[in-house]
Ligand binder design. Structure first.
Ligand SMILES: C[S@@+](CC[C@H](N)C(=O)[O-])C[C@H]1O[C@@H](n2cnc3c(N)ncnc32)[C@H](O)[C@@H]1O
Length: 457
């Protein structure tokens, strides 16, 4: 399949790790990677009855072949996320170990591009808080776009080094460290990853993961859950870091996974982790281990009385804003110094004030839009939000017109319309249009515009 040869030391390592299974492992690397998606339970528009399910995630499905996702309006609307199947194991791990019916404070510490964050958003109770953090600034836009498409208003996106979270010690119920790793599990899907692999890079990744885990562990409350995952097979990273956690105040939590799923158990110093191999599961390489915090040391946290740089909106503005939301009394509305208007879920106000004081580079709440004089210009995030009112005017587009919408073309309608309209496809909101006579202006943000030629599809 790939012209890039497997590194010799990697072959040696896997032969030792897999023994009699090594030949089957090598053969699986010659096969095409399976294509899988996870549907958005808040935006059920994709028929899944004929699709093969992912065994460990009720919202995960395999596709018979890879379509051009960019040219699928349902993908652009956030109806599904394209996610490698093995990594959906996080869903089963949380289902078995976390109290998902309760509101939880959850941190996805290494979040971009947002695969696990969208999964977490779907799993959590509606009053939960999800902080999606990514240290590399250039990866924030894709994370933000994916979270906006997913549509949950209870999300904070931050751009910090894990060590910057220090003042939030004891704050979170769940922390996911989906750590940057040597990427051995992606060699089939992304052969270029082999070019970056070396024994030295494994040592570097293992040490970096330990640094991230060292910063992550104090952030958990008593009995809080830490999920550590990678997309590698390397024991120097996976098992050794998992065993290290067991020696540093964490109790390893075993999962009950049916043998028929084919997921291997790996144990080092009585610490168990779960490894997906491509010759045993329909998916790529992935490792996961779950821990519960043993120490009893959660500090009391002061809650600031107000947000640092947000001001409440005016009453007349609030009246307009409320017409756009389903459950509008559940939100309070604020304006930023740059005039952007936000809706903040009341239930999370105290938590968000704590985060506001603790983190500098972050965005939270539902981005509503801006006021230009008396006019309100709704944001694209609002159009895609699950909190948007259902009775707003909209227009159902054909697939061709939906794609023209994503090309940012202006559409011509048969009937004249005036004011804000939602562009819809299969009942899902795609974004805003504004009617001016027979023409409707297209308010898709230019950075969301698709560049592909839509003619051939
Ligand atoms: C495996 S990827 C995360 C994938 C993501 N969780 C998902 O499911 O879409 C690891 C992430 O860690 C970030 N990262 C790299 N170095 C880091 C560091 N020193 N501390 C924290 N995160 C780091 C990378 O930028 C990358 O986005």
């Amino acid at each position: 399949m790939s012209d890039i040869p497997l590194p010799a030391q990697f072959r040696h390592q896997m032969a030792q790790q897999l023994g009699a299974d090594y030949a089957a492992f090598l053969a699986s690397l010659q096969q095409s990677p399976p294509i899988s998606i996870r549907v958005n339970p808040q935006k059920m528009a994709l028929p899944t009855a004929d699709l093969e399910p992912v065994l460990w995630c009720s919202e995960g499905f395999y596709l018979p072949e890879r379509p051009v996702f960019t040219l699928d309006p349902l993908f652009q609307a956030g109806a599904f996320y394209v996610q490698e199947a093995s990594s959906m194991l996080v869903a089963e791990a949380l289902r078995q170990t976390a109290r998902l019916k309760r509101p939880l404070r959850v941190l996805d510490l290494c979040a971009a591009p947002g695969g696990k964050s969208t999964l977490l958003a779907s799993l959590l109770n509606a009053d939960s808080l999800l902080v999606c953090n990514e240290v590399i600034r250039s990866r924030i836009p894709v994370l933000k776009e994916n979270m906006e498409k997913w549509g949950h208003p209870n999300v904070v996106i931050s751009n910090h080094d894990p060590e910057d979270f220090k003042s939030l010690n004891g704050f979170f119920d769940v922390v996911l460290v989906d750590a940057p790793c040597s990427g051995e599990g992606l060699f089939r899907k992304d052969p270029e990853a082999m070019l970056e692999w070396s024994p030295d890079s494994v040592v570097f990744c293992a040490a970096r993961q330990q640094r991230i885990l060292t910063a992550a562990t104090p952030l958990l409350c008593d009995d809080g859950l830490l999920l550590y995952s990678t997309c590698t097979y390397n024991d120097e990273e996976n098992s050794q870091n998992a065993a290290w956690l067991s020696k540093h105040g964490f109790e390893n939590v075993p999962l009950d996974l049916p043998e028929s799923w084919g997921i291997a158990e790996k144990t080092l110093d009585q610490t168990v982790g779960y490894q997906c191999y491509p010759h045993r599961v329909t998916g790529e390489g992935f490792f996961l281990s779950v821990f519960k915090k043993k120490q009893r040391s959660s500090p009391e946290m002061g809650v600031p009385r107000s947000f640092r740089s947000l001001k409440p909106v005016r009453n007349w503005q609030e009246k307009i804003l409320k017409t756009f939301l389903k459950n509008s009394d559940a939100f309070s509305f604020y304006v930023k110094p740059n005039e952007d208007v936000f809706a903040i879920p009341e239930t999370l106000s105290a938590d968000l004030r704590v985060l506001d004081a603790a983190l500098h580079n972050k965005g939270f709440g539902l981005e509503m839009g801006t006021f230009k004089g008396d006019d309100f210009i709704p944001s694209h995030a609002l159009a895609l939000s699950n909190a948007l009112a259902e009775n707003l005017p909209g227009i159902e587009l054909s697939k061709e017109d939906a794609l023209r919408y994503f090309k940012k073309e202006n559409l011509v309608l048969n009937e004249p319309v005036k004011g804000w309209l939602l562009a819809r496809y299969n009942g899902l909101n795609l974004g805003w249009l504004k009617g001016v006579g027979n023409r409707v202006n297209n308010y898709l943000p230019k950075e969301w515009r698709i560049r592909m030629d839509i003619k051939e599809y």
